[in-house]
Design a protein around this ligand. Sequence first.
Ligand code: BGC
Length: 392
Amino acid sequence: MKLMFPEGFLWGTSTSAGQIETAFDHDFKGLKTRDGHVLNRTIDHEKHRDEDAKIIFSLGNAYRCSIDWSKIQREPFGEFRKDVLKEYRTFLEKLKRKNVKILFVMHHFTNPNWFAKETPWASKESTPLFEDYAKKIVDNFGDLVDYWNTFNEPGIYASMGYFLGFYPPHKKKFFTALKVADNMSKAHKETYKIIKEEYPESLVGISNSTMFFNPETILSYPLEKFFDYLFMTYVPDKFKQVDYTGLSYYGKVSFRPWPVVETEEPGELDRLGRKHDKMWEYYPEGLKKILLRLSRKYKKPLIITENGCCTNNDKMRIKSIKDHLRYAHEALDEGVDLKGYFHWSTFDNFEWHLGPTYRFGLVHVDFKTMERKLKKSAYFYRKIYQTNSVLD
Ligand code: BGC
């Protein structure tokens, strides 16, 4: 059966500058990864802009991306570098000429080192600096942007950087992580106003990280409730001032009583007989449940800002796209106002502290030659976008 999506549905792919550009002077530069690499050179996107633009517009009518803050603004309250501005604008203009809608992410994890050292997100000085950056982004890129994400997954950023210690600045202080989320939410509210003053028609949102949390033993209930509250209520409620709710969804986390995640306990999901990718338990039906939950709660249109599969098995990626879209379609049938879907990711890229061998791309990248090659999943996804439908 052919599942048709609503007219004008956004079909896009998603990237972040920190994962596809060579690190300029940001705080993730030099991060040592679990797979034995160091985050610095990633996939040379800055040298392949024309080729990458062609790939991007062949894969959708929309693109979600960010820029390297450390490259464009070199000091607190500094003016944007003209050469860098031109480089980014030329790239985005190319996409716009092909009628690609831009979803611009202002903050996707990385910060300039001058910011990270002196005024990190845990300090209250962080917000005026971000707001200055946001204002300059709106002044310089606003004419090209259709949708905004002020922040990408503030809950994940705060917990990975300030509670679990996997991301810079590698802190392990729960209450500092809450402070970080709080400062980001203040910056979000101001940024919302800044954008709306200049571009009242553009749509402003956030990207919340969502997972389907599932308690599997009596003992696991308290922990599961705590995680669910933190990621699905506490943090998202701080970013309620939006025109649409954005969400990323990757799978299920079962609690037995501790969360079972492939990256932390490799082999455990196999032992339990659960399907999984290199990171999480496979659970596409969770996407529908979460879409229904967020739609009832926030009563706003929804956009899936990220969904993908971490695997070298492209057949699994194709199945994952198909399964998730089937459930997204069921949510539409049940009245959810879903406006778009962005696949994570356009290219194989650099998966933060885990490293480049954690591949999510529709496009294969040879990390030695940097050659790009469309995988079968890219052709599969292109067909979905071109026909605005998926075959069930
Ligand atoms: C992030 C991406 C990341 C992806 C897969 C999301 O949390 O926004 O940067 O690569 O998940 O882990």
